[in-house]
Ligand binder design. Structure first.
Ligand code: COA
Length: 353
């Protein structure tokens, strides 16, 4: 018998038999909602004592009459608003905090840089070991995470998620800057999303986009070198929100309308099929322009900017909660959420409730 001359051919490895969990296709329901605003009301007349403006100008150009502003001396801030909003949403959903698998908080105004607002809120409410993180998308601070939460439930990763949209813009506002000081207010809103076997329920269409080339139209410079090249440095204050109002207005009017059109097309629906549009409250004129273009009946668009101003990430969930509590959004309805803001970002979510 002769010795083998060449090397033994390597045996091919046995095929791996690790089973990945199957991707599911679950329905998603809104189980509950809640919101919170600070107790302090600040009218246009009060803003006019700080900067050169007046009630008539503000109301005519923005639709705003008053806004709510946190009073740090009373312990009010972003965490407090988020905790109250999520607690109310949990109560409304008739679940307990430890039933949450995940909490996502859409905010750009964390009271603390670390840990995330979502973690602090989870701790305050006793949410057990729910995963928790913040998501920075400015005025898309509710719609971006709502879409993410929906998809995570739909594929079976989690069953119950608390989504918070919140901002305490007063913490980053220089009230002597009249282009910013007149517009914003503080608020938080939350929704509990849960899995259901009814697969007709959930998102019919969603759009999540950004154009980072426009970041310098709405931003908070932390140090001198961050101030956008070529801009007038005297208009900026470190740590405070800067806004190029005219550019943001142009972006908002155009993007808002394209966003609605794209979402209707993606969802295969018309304006007549949508029962309610829950729009980011940035400026009443921006909403009116969209209402006019699409011929949306006034009863299908909610406007509460007169009472709260632009509350950034809090704006859409606050409007949603008010509409649900008023019985104007109910199970079975088709609802479109639409938002746009700093980043620049824009986002929509069309729901079969
Ligand atoms: N009070 C009184 N007068 C004001 C003023 C204020 N707060 N701000 C500007 N003015 C004056 C200007 O000096 C100017 O006067 P002039 O015509 O005599 O020169 C005039 O009003 C128009 O100024 P302008 O800056 O063109 O105002 P505007 O019509 O663009 O309105 C905003 C300003 C901020 C209300 C508007 O640009 C806007 O809503 N932008 C979008 C903001 C937004 O939605 N941001 C958030 C996105 S999520």
């Amino acid at each position: 018998m002769s010795e083998p001359t060449g090397s033994t051919p390597a045996r091919s490895p046995a095929p791996l038999r690790l089973a990945r969990p199957p991707v599911q296709d679950l329905g998603v329901r809104v189980l509950g909602s809640g919101s919170a605003v600070p107790s302090r009301v600040v009218t246009n007349a009060q803003i006019a004592t700080i900067c050169d403006t007046n009630d008539e100008w503000i109301h005519q150009r923005t639709g705003i009459r008053e806004r709510r502003i946190c009073d740090p001396a009373k312990g009010e801030g972003n965490v407090q608003l988020c905790t109250d909003a999520l607690r109310r949403a949990i109560e409304n959903a008739a679940i307990t905090p430890d039933q949450l698998d995940l909490i996502i908080c859409g905010t750009i105004t964390q009271d603390m840089r670390c840990p995330s607002t979502a973690c602090v809120v989870a701790g305050a409410l006793g949410a057990g070991h729910a995963a928790a993180w913040d998501l920075g998308a400015a005025c898309c601070g509710f719609v971006y995470p709502m879409n993410i939460a929906h998809d995570l439930i739909r594929i079976g990763t989690y069953r119950t998620i608390g989504v918070i949209g919140a901002d305490c813009i007063s913490a980053i506002t220089d009230y002597s800057n009249r282009s910013v000081g007149i517009l914003f207010g503080d608020a938080a809103g939350a929704a509990i999303l849960g899995a259901t076997d009814d697969r007709t329920k959930g998102v019919l269409a969603q759009v999540n986009k950004a154009d980072g080339s426009g970041w310098h139209d709405l931003y908070v410079p932390a140090w001198e070198s961050q101030i956008a090249p070529g801009s007038d440095r005297t208009n900026h204050r470190l740590g405070c929100l800067f806004m190029n109002g005219r550019e943001v207005f142009k972006f908002a009017v155009g993007t808002f309308q394209e966003l609605i059109a794209e979402t209707l097309t993606k969802g295969g629906v018309t304006v007549a099929d949508v029962d309610m549009f829950v729009c980011h409250q940035s400026n009443a004129r921006i909403i009116e322009a969209a209402v006019e273009r699409f011929g949306i009946p006034p009863g299908k668009v909610y406007v509460n900017i007169d009472r709260y101003g632009n509350t950034s990430g809090g704006s859409v969930p606050l409007a949603f909660d008010e509409l649900r509590k008023a019985g104007r959004i109910q199970e079975g309805m088709v609802v479109m959420f639409v938002a746009f803001g700093a980043g620049l970002t824009w986002s929509s979510s069309l729901w079969q409730m």
